[in-house]
Design a protein around this ligand. Structure first.
Ligand code: GLU
Length: 550
């Protein structure tokens, strides 16, 4: 067997050679300085906040440089793959409106000329390159079992040697071809390992776009490149993919920084140009005074669909992602209102080297601000969309009582200092339910009367108000004047200053009177502007609600 036949024997059923693939995926025709990036999640759990973060960062890098942004699914670890993992990734990008130029758009379809964009569909491609390495004697089959590896590790620990399959420990390196062929014919299982030419005592220097200059020992470990199941390892797959997809900048989590020597070596062995790397710090959490990576296991908010469920507008989440990316984002975004997050010219230099702290309170604040700037109609529509999925009962009421809902949402909206009392769509139901008759069934003890609690006194106030002072047509000023008049008539202070000076002269003050009216009409002691609430309710409903209480 010559080496070519040997490679065919070790990696059988590969349709094409590397030349074919090099031609199939020609250099991209892009303008000078265009950045080609990808986000490359693995479908091994829920879609992580960090994936969205990298997606948005990459999207902006590509968009602002006239480049290309790809989504690539890295599903070579099929043991860890979860059901719907891939569809959820696609859905997350769709939901958050982070559009990629190339990548899978459903389980079966994808867009772009550099695909397939799902690694499990690229077996033939990886096979071609593995074969090319075997032909050049830069890769070899290895039969060493898990158990043998475990023993090796133990032996290395005892002899205080560096752990790993390298140098003199990498015994399968030198198996003669005949022996290999015989083993395989006997049905022995094998993987393909890289024949690393590295020397651990040599240092390599590399410039990472975020971390700056990094110096590490060369790789000398014979890493597995093709596993027993015919799929490549991450190390090998990403090198091949990013080469053929012409990725210019590999942005990824900084947990990969330590593997960089392996990746640089692989690029060189394959004769590929080494792309730029930008290792992005993870989003952190503080727990018991210590910082740790935000985790899939411990932090529900690490799941991107958690914000959806909570009804946080995607705009607020994206704004937050951008604040995490570059420290100058906020100043840029606030310059003028027409700015769009997607146009922010993100730079590697301004990225956080250490890892930004996740701040839920900040997301809530951004959400409040965003919601406060929506028109009541827009807000209504968004709440309805949310409720259709998460609170169908409320959705039905909203559809039926659209006018009332919009009116209550509109209170103190607009203007330079809008009210900021809604932090999410899920917040609305518990804030406005009382306006809808379908929902207004408070029990006697649920009325939140405050200073004035004597039922007789309350009855007098409500009756007097309805009979003598209430008129649906009144403007807010007239309405308030009348409340003050009534206040005085009933022995309360209409003027707060006077009341504070001589509280003993009065039964209470105008605020106490308003509270009685507010609580009788809504059962709650805090609502948006009372005049507006009464206007929305209208005469008939006010009468009914007062009567209901009495
Ligand atoms: N699939 C890898 C991960 O999820 C991606 C790393 C990369 O972007 O190259 O960590």
């Amino acid at each position: 067997m010559n080496r070519k036949e040997y490679a065919d024997f070790l990696v059988p059923n590969i349709q094409h050679d590397t030349e074919y693939y090099e031609k199939k995926y020609p250099k991209r025709n892009l303008k000078e300085g265009a950045i080609v990036v990808r986000v490359a999640p693995s479908p091994t759990g829920f879609v992580h906040f960090g994936t969205l973060f990298q997606g948005q960062v990459n999207h902006n890098l590509a968009k602002n440089s006239g480049g290309v942004f790809m989504l690539r699914i890295e599903d070579t670890d099929q043991k860890r793959e979860v059901e719907n993992g891939i569809s959820e990734i696609i859905e997350a990008f769709r939901f958050y409106n982070i559009t990629y130029d190339e990548g899978p758009i459903s389980k079966t379809e994808e867009k772009g000329n550099y695909g397939p964009y799902t690694q499990s569909k690229r077996k033939d491609i990886y096979g071609a390159y593995v074969k090319s390495l075997i032909e050049k004697d830069l890769a070899y089959p290895s039969f060493i079992t898990e158990e043998e590896l475990e023993n090796l590790r133990h032996e290395q620990e005892v002899s205080k040697s560096r752990i790993g399959y390298y140098g003199r420990f990498a015994t399968d390196r030198n198996l003669p071809m005949e022996e290999v062929i015989q083993k395989i014919k006997n049905g022995e299982k094998y993987v393909i390992r890289l024949k690393s030419p590295g020397n651990f005592d040599h240092k390599i220097t590399f410039y990472d776009l975020v971390k700056g200059k990094v110096e590490m020992p060369e790789n000398d470990i014979d890493h597995v490149i093709l596993k027993g199941d015919g799929l490549p390892t991450y190390h090998f797959a990403h090198v091949i993919d990013d080469h053929l997809m012409h990725t210019t900048h590999i942005t990824r989590g900084d947990e990969w920084l330590s593997s960089l020597p392996i990746h640089i070596q692989m690029h060189e062995m394959l004769g590929f140009e080494v792309p730029q790397y930008a290792h992005i710090a993870p989003i952190m959490k503080e727990e018991d005074g210590k910082r740790r990576k935000i985790s899939k296991r411990k932090d529900p908010e690490a799941n991107v669909f958690e914000f959806k469920k909570q009804g946080i507008p995607i705009e607020a989440v994206k704004e937050y992602l951008m604040t995490l990316s570059n420290s100058n984002f906020e100043a840029w975004f606030e310059e003028d209102e027409t700015k769009e997050i997607d146009h922010f010219p993100i730079t590697f230099e301004k990225m956080n080297v250490a890892g930004a702290l996740f701040d839920m309170e900040k997301i809530i604040n951004l959400s409040k601000n965003f919601i406060a700037r929506l028109t009541a109609e827009e807000f209504f529509q968004r709440i309805l969309n949310w409720a259709e999925e998460y609170d169908t009962n409320f959705a039905n009421i909203l559809k039926k009582e659209k006018q009332d809902a919009i009116r209550i949402l509109n209170i103190e909206r607009g203007g330079i200092k809008p009210r900021k009392d809604y932090s999410s769509y899920s917040d609305v139901h518990k804030n406005i339910w009382y306006i809808f008759d379908e929902e207004f069934h408070p029990k006697k003890e649920e009325y939140e009367f405050d200073k004035i609690t004597d039922p007789e006194e309350i009855k007098i106030i409500l009756k007097t108000y309805l009979e003598k002072y209430y008129n649906e047509e009144d403007t807010q000023d007239v309405w308030f004047d009348k409340i003050k008049q009534m206040t005085q008539t009933l022995g309360y202070a209409a003027n707060m200053k006077e009341y504070k000076q001589n509280p003993e002269k009065y039964k209470g003050n105008v605020a106490d009177i308003s509270t009685v009216i507010r609580v009788a009409a809504t059962s709650k002691k805090q609502t948006p502007n009372l005049y507006d609430i009464l206007q929305i309710l209208g005469k008939e409903r006010i009468q009914k609600r007062f009567a209901k209480w009495m």
